[in-house]
Ligand binder design. Structure first.
Ligand SMILES: NC(=O)c1ccc[n+]([C@@H]2O[C@H](COP(=O)([O-])OP(=O)(O)OC[C@H]3O[C@@H](n4cnc5c(N)ncnc54)[C@H](OP(=O)(O)O)[C@@H]3O)[C@@H](O)[C@H]2O)c1
Length: 292
């Protein structure tokens, strides 16, 4: 693999191997393996793939994963009832409700119903509050994975100007908090851009590390980055590809071909941030088991 390409699959194997070792140790100490319960509501094909990959990752590291599938007609109260059962299940250490939920269900209410000590997605206000207060416990998996990628590839964000495109609760906002924390993996100077940001291209060009999480296929082009930038692509977008068997392909928010000409390091899509997200979810589940 080209040395400038950040190998998310290889890095995720490293993290999973570390988690697997710790799971074995935990089992020797306590006689039990961590348990991860994933709640999947509806039949969104992309969500089904993500959930299957999470289950597979759990199996690989010795975490007892279970998927609870509910029909898309399930009511908010029914979903919350399932979450409450998991909250009081001693074999369940981590709960993840796969988002997005069907439109008739309020994601905020469901997230609030998760026991904060089992909230391995890190989206409960208790955990996002801890992160914002500089005392992170469960960090959302995608931002956590990005920081690990940077540190493990010698691109420590300390003292560098990082531009984050996107301010969602899942990626952009927690990522900007994480990168500006004191300590390892933090200490960056962070600029957060969103749909109301003026002069976004100029801001992108001032980035030493540019992280794109806006959900627009190949939005960042080579004229928007400076030479030597470290480019991290969070986007996962399906675009039509009639020449492919399945009729579509996955691209990121960064135009990989042109930006990779200028970047000193860049993540591919697929095979970049995605695998690290799963690895960090497993790491969070291990942490949850240790806290119980
Ligand atoms: N690799 C992974 O594991 C992983 C995990 C999660 C998400 N993703 C992918 O990452 C992408 C972003 O996901 P998300 O959940 O964070 O998305 P989201 O909730 O839709 O948020 C998108 C963000 O981008 C901003 N934005 C939209 N258009 C913009 C523009 N033209 N210029 C500047 N900012 C703009 C929005 O600004 P406003 O706030 O002003 O609306 C918003 O803050 C998606 O492709 C998603 O599939 C990947």
């Amino acid at each position: 693999m080209d040395s400038k390409i950040i190998d998310g699959i290889g890095l995720s194997r490293q993290v999973k191997s570390e988690v697997s070792d710790s799971v074995k140790r935990l089992k020797m100490e306590t006689g039990r393996s961590p348990g991860l319960s994933v709640v999947l509501v509806g039949d969104d094909p992309a969500s089904a793939i993500y959930v299957r990959n999470k289950q597979r990752g759990a199996d690989e590291v010795g975490i007892l994963g279970e998927t609870i599938s509910m029909p898309k007609t399930a009511t908010e109260n029914e979903v919350i009832r399932v979450v409450n059962e998991l909250n009081s299940d001693p074999n369940c250490d981590g709960i993840l409700v796969q988002l997005p939920l069907p439109e008739h269900i309020d994601e905020g209410r469901v997230t609030l119903s998760i026991d904060p000590l089992k909230d391995v997605d890190g989206l409960h206000p208790f955990n996002s509050g801890l992160l914002a207060a500089g005392k992170p416990r469960f960090v959302p998996a995608t931002p956590g994975g990005i920081v690990q990628m940077l540190v493990r590839t010698g691109n420590d964000p300390m003292g560098r100007h990082v531009v984050v495109l996107g301010r969602s609760n899942i990626v952009g906002r927690p990522l900007s908090n994480l990168l500006s924390l004191k300590g390892k993996g933090g200490n960056a100077t962070v600029t957060v851009c969103h749909s109301q940001t003026k002069n976004i291209e100029e801001l992108c060009r001032s980035a030493e590390i540019l992280i794109a999480a806006i959900g627009i296929p190949e939005y960042v082009t080579s004229d928007m980055v400076s030479d030597g930038v470290v480019a991290i692509d969070v986007g996962i977008n399906r675009v039509s590809a009639p020449d492919r068997k399945r009729g579509y392909k996955l691209v990121g928010d960064i135009d990989f071909l042109s930006v990779s000409q200028k970047a000193s390091a860049i993540t591919p899509v697929p095979g970049g941030v995605g695998p690290m997200t799963i690895a960090m979810l497993l790491s969070n589940t291990l942490l949850a088991a240790r806290l119980h």
